[in-house]
Design a protein around this ligand. Structure first.
Ligand code: ZN
Ligand code: ZN
Length: 400
């Protein structure tokens, strides 16, 4: 029986004894860019134990760690390759696939190696801590492009504007690159100079045991350069606070909690990074008469008890002016009527909600003499009528 892996050539003479590995590493590297033999890169044999692999990676990682070799491209490449090799060989499943099918086989598992240091440190952060007794202080602050921060602006709008939308202008405080010094922070005509404390690396190193710990340089705060003649406009910061006017288009139908995102209007990015976004959080002021229930507008309308009894046509205010609503005979307090299409426009989808009218039957107070006479007469007739009615008959029967 032949497994597929048997077809892959494995040359014994490619093995490197561990003791010779450091010497051979540089030579191996040139070749390994093409065939990427992970065992050769780590300088271990094919049957190396997990512990051997780990030990070997630890040695290479310490030697070529970016904290110890700032700006050294060659060390960077070695560190990346060794990390990639270790990523594969430390995982029994990935190692098995690699042994049988080579790198092509790994591609089928979605393995892509590492794009950069950040990938490596996020994958191996805990391993480095284990190796060196502390987490890595590696930082690319000086060179990495960083996207600008997002900004938040709270805007209160009226109930009416929430319903109909509004074009408005807001003014937001914003930090922008200083125009006087082009963001360098140095007085025009002067240049920032390389930090003498860290010689421009932004990191200072000190030895602890056999390994070196890097920390951010306190003299230049990790920037790697110092400004001896600061720009007067920005006091050496390279940035100034300004206000910026932004045109806003508030769509009809928004509610409290709605957010508008204006792309690219956040803080500027650093070192070529993209700007952040501006988020406008909306708050809708409550209305005296209307309230909101989803896309519906809700209101309460008082009617006279005679209107409730006899039915009536009443005028109800809506956001679009007055509308006539027919109240049927025998309406009771709390009854609800709908005026179609007078609610909020639907933000998602088309059309509008309704206006929901709840009627409240008012009991008349301060009656004139004449009104009272009529009501007394009305009462006499109604009580007689009610007593003849089925409800009262049942009531009297129950009393006996
Ligand atoms: Zn420094
Ligand atoms: Zn400036």
């Amino acid at each position: 029986m032949r497994s597929i892996g048997d077809g892959v050539k494995r040359k014994k003479d490619l093995f490197i004894p561990i003791s010779r590995a450091p010497y051979l590493f540089c030579q191996v590297l040139a070749a390994s860019m093409e065939d990427k033999d992970y065992y050769r890169i780590l300088g271990v044999s094919r049957d190396a134990s997990e512990e051997e692999i780990k030990r070997s990676y630890r040695r290479i990682a310490m030697q070529y760690h970016p904290d110890r070799n700032p700006g050294d491209k060659d060390a960077e490449e070695k560190f990346k390759l060794a990390s990639e090799a270790y990523e594969v060989l430390r995982d029994p499943e990935k190692r098995r696939i690699y042994d049988h099918y080579g790198i092509e086989g790994l591609k089928g598992t979605g393995f892509t190696g590492f794009r950069g240091f950040d990938d490596i440190f996020s994958a191996f952060g805990d391993i480095f801590e284990d190796f060196f007794g502390f987490g890595t202080t590696y930082s690319r602050r000086r060179t990495r492009a960083r996207p600008g921060a997002d900004l938040r602006y709270d805007l209160t709008i009226s109930f009416y504007d929430a319903a109909f939308g509004k074009d408005t202008e807001i003014e937001i405080p914003k930090t922008v690159s200083c125009e006087v010094c082009n963001g360098t922070g140095a007085k025009p005509g002067t240049q920032p100079t390389t930090c003498p404390a860290c010689r421009g690396t932004g990191q200072v190193t000190r030895s602890q045991g056999f390994f070196t710990i890097s920390t951010t340089c306190g003299h230049c705060r990790g920037e790697g350069r110092v400004i001896s003649h600061p720009c007067k406009e920005c006091r050496g910061v390279g940035k100034v606070k300004t206000k910026r006017k932004i045109q806003l288009k508030i769509p009809p139908g928004v509610d409290t909690g709605s957010k508008l995102r204006i792309r690219g209007e956040g803080e500027e990015g650093e070192r070529g990074g993209p700007p952040g976004d501006l988020f406008v959080f909306l708050y809708v002021e409550p209305h005296d008469f209307f309230s909101r229930d989803g896309d519906d507008i809700v209101c309460q309308v008082p009617i006279a008890f005679t209107q409730a009894a006899l039915g009536a046509e009443i005028e109800v205010p809506t956001l679009n002016g007055k509308r006539t609503l027919t109240i049927p005979r025998g309406t009771e307090t709390g009854d609800v009527f709908k005026i179609k299409g007078e609610g909020f426009p639907r933000l998602k989808g088309s059309g509008r909600g309704d206006q929901v009218v709840q009627v409240i039957v008012k009991t008349p107070k301060n009656l004139t003499k004449r009104q009272e006479e009529i009501l007394r007469e009305f009462e006499e007739i109604s009580m007689k009528k009610e007593k003849e009615g089925e409800g009262w008959k049942r009531f009297f029967r129950a009393e006996k």
